[in-house]
Design a protein around this ligand. Structure first.
Ligand code: PLP
Length: 233
């Protein structure tokens, strides 16, 4: 259910406080974490409420739904992040309309994104999605494949490799949430030692942003805590 603009503004303030508190606990600067508001499942009015409250980064998972929202906000100085599962039939629209792609997990998808990125746009920012929880059903490359994929993407002309992304399996309790984020951070550090230009660890959602920030996340993707519970179609 769509919340009121006032509620969305209040929710955003609460999420920003959670991020600031986690950064303080981790001994990190408050501006070391970027907040992506995940607006999937909600219409342009949800984006309007969030932008009025100062939000500039938005995350979308459902391609068709997202294109209308992007088109409805031309020149609004917003940054659009594609975070949904990426199949070959989605790469062209992602390359044409988004600023970031967080869910690149195989070479073929990266090649298509680079080929299809319009020449007049800056390189598409890319994160390699890693399956840190090791579940067969999840998207993301295996941790052992991440370095080779990062090296390949870093060499592609129309992509700018920024880092790693993961969606760990939900954990019960803050302590149980941290180990997958810690493994992700260790992988991030080892890739960063070998590949230039990496500055982004995209990890943490409404339920686990504190654990992610404690373990070094630089970008959290928050939907429910800002916009409320999604009604799936
Ligand atoms: C939906 C989604 C989110 C946001 O999840 P919430 O629990 O609603 O904060 C973050 N990342 C990805 C990849 C998602 O699909």
């Amino acid at each position: 259910m769509l919340q009121s603009a006032e509620q969305i503004a209040a929710n955003l303030a609460t999420v920003r406080q959670r991020i600031a508190a986690a950064c303080e606990l981790a001994g990190r600067a408050a501006d070391s974490v970027t907040l992506i508001a995940v607006s999937k499942g909600f219409g342009p009015e949800a984006i309007d409420a969030a932008t009025a409250a100062g939000q500039r980064h938005f995350g979308e998972s459902y391609l068709q739904e997202s294109l209308g929202k992007i088109a409805a906000h031309p020149g609004a100085d917003l940054t659009w992040h594609f975070i949904g599962p990426m199949q070959s039939n989605k790469t062209r629209a992602v390359a044409e309309h988004f600023d970031w792609a967080h869910s690149v997990d195989r070479l073929k998808i990266a090649q298509r994104l680079s080929e299809q990125r319009p020449a007049q746009r800056p390189p598409l920012n890319v994160c390699i999605q890693v399956n840190v929880s090791g579940e067969a059903s999840k998207s993301g490359c295996m941790p052992a494949e991440a370095l080779a994929l990062c090296e390949a993407v870093a060499a592609m002309p129309n992509l700018r490799l920024r880092g790693l992304m993961a969606v760990p399996a939900p954990a019960v309790g803050a302590d149980a949430a941290r180990p997958p984020f810690r493994r992700l951070f260790e992988l991030y550090q080892s890739v960063r030692e070998r590949v230039a230009g990496i500055d982004t660890l995209s990890a943490g959602m409404s339920g686990d942003l504190e654990a992610a920030i404690m373990e070094g996340s630089t970008m959290v993707r928050i939907g429910t805590a800002i916009f409320g519970t999604r009604e799936y179609r």
